[in-house]
Design a protein around this ligand. Structure first.
Ligand SMILES: Nc1ncnc2c1ncn2[C@@H]1O[C@H](COP(=O)(O)OP(=O)(O)OP(=O)(O)O)[C@@H](O)[C@H]1O
Ligand SMILES: Nc1ncnc2c1ncn2[C@@H]1O[C@H](COP(=O)(O)OP(=O)(O)OP(=O)(O)O)[C@@H](O)[C@H]1O
Lengths: 216, 216
């Protein structure tokens, strides 16, 4: 519930600030572009113009009082590293920073960013799973646990989950079902999947890819 | 299993092409920068230099034979629209395109992109959920179904899931548990969560936010 400091109103920073605001959090956004600050003045708790590479400028706006900060300045490695170093020197306990490459991210971690985000790389990896055409969404939570929203493969349609052997044969758990016009419902052993449904399925990445390809 | 055409080797395009290659898919990457094409020549099936705004250049490299294409040229709305229009005119059935704003994305949809991706916006929305400090990952699959990897809130630790009333009181389903040094395991009614575990929980966005804040 603590207020969040967001530096940089590019696409990623703007989306972060906007969503925080929608979640009811207080947000102070900082950008060195007066035009952007002006545009955001009414949308969040506070919008301030400053060059975040200057630690004094950050102190003047009270940055040291924040417990969470997001450095959303990506395209200049130098600027993002300087800004992140300032946030560390100001003693902010939780620092999130955007990186545009693995090596950029490693530098940010070394200088004290607790969490590094790679928006384009993560989206690219997700998209690669989706272009096979069968999955509508994909996320990997852990090395051995991924979740997929997909059309049910032919072999499991029109039967209960137990009868189609989803878990016993394919090592997949159908978590839930989304039938058209009805809200999401959790699946049970007797749930029958039709070809109008979307399913949310979990398993390892490999098992999910094979499952999605069944019957093709 | 059809080969994929990826246009643009920026961060998003490169991540998509790289992951497709890792998934064993054939990838043809196109970029108008000779340096980038050179760098990718050994990493994917084929890398070709071309200005994708020219439909003839695309025909010369056989773009019309692809059933899936990804336009990963984001920063110039004009270029991305021209390239996407070419992909549509070439009759490619599945076109994914990166957009840098809602209005950009709407234009791409109108001219025929089947799927529009907003990498920075999606990452920003996810990050906003994560900066509350309690969630380690978050994804919204549907209006009423989201999934979170998180530390278990105090009130549910040291008890079975049934005893802590996770579903009856909080409308949350604990899908699985990740204990340190052990693989992910699916949760059952008798699973007891300790404070060393990470849990993967599902529910609505609102219920998950409240659940994550329990005991704080
Ligand atoms: N030193 C700085 N102090 C404050 N704001 C800055 C500074 N440098 C850049 N910015 C702002 O940060 C924002 C994002 O910067 P930039 O475009 O470099 O990042 P990006 O990672 O490419 O963004 P996107 O999220 O759009 O991909 C811009 O609005 C810019 O004005
Ligand atoms: N007309 C074109 N034909 C082929 N490739 C192009 C064309 N225009 C741009 N590109 C390439 O596409 C890549 C990505 O372009 P750009 O940097 O504009 O997109 P971006 O959305 O900002 O990328 P990122 O994914 O890094 O955020 C660059 O490598 C560029 O050389």
């Amino acid at each position: 519930d603590a207020p969040v400091l967001v530096i940089g109103l590019g696409r990623f920073g703007a989306a972060t600030a906007g969503q925080l605001d929608r979640l009811g959090r207080e947000v102070l956004v900082v950008d060195d572009s007066a035009a952007l600050v002006q545009k955001w003045a009414e949308r969040v708790t506070h919008a301030v113009q400053a060059d975040a590479r200057s630690i004094d400028a950050l102190r003047q706006i009270g940055a040291q009082d924040f417990s969470v900060a997001v450095c959303a300045v990506g395209s200049s490695v130098e600027a993002s590293v300087l800004i992140t170093a300032n946030l560390v020197d100001l003693g902010i306990p939780q620092i999130w920073a955007k990186a545009i490459s693995q090596s950029h991210g490693k530098i940010l971690e070394r200088i004290g960013a607790n969490h590094v985000i790679y928006p384009e790389a993560e989206a690219g990896e997700r998209t690669a799973h989706l272009v096979s055409g069968r999955m509508l969404d994909f996320i990997e939570f852990d090395d051995d646990f991924a979740l997929v929203k997909m059309y049910p493969p032919k072999p499991i349609r029109g039967k209960s989950l137990t009868d189609s052997g989803v878990r016993t044969k394919h090592r997949i758990t159908v978590v839930g079902v989304k039938s058209p016009g009805r809200p999401f419902t959790y699946a049970t052993a007797d749930t029958v999947i039709s070809n109008h449904d979307l399913i949310i399925a979990s398993g390892t990445e490999g098992d999910l890819e094979r499952f999605a390809a069944l019957g093709t």
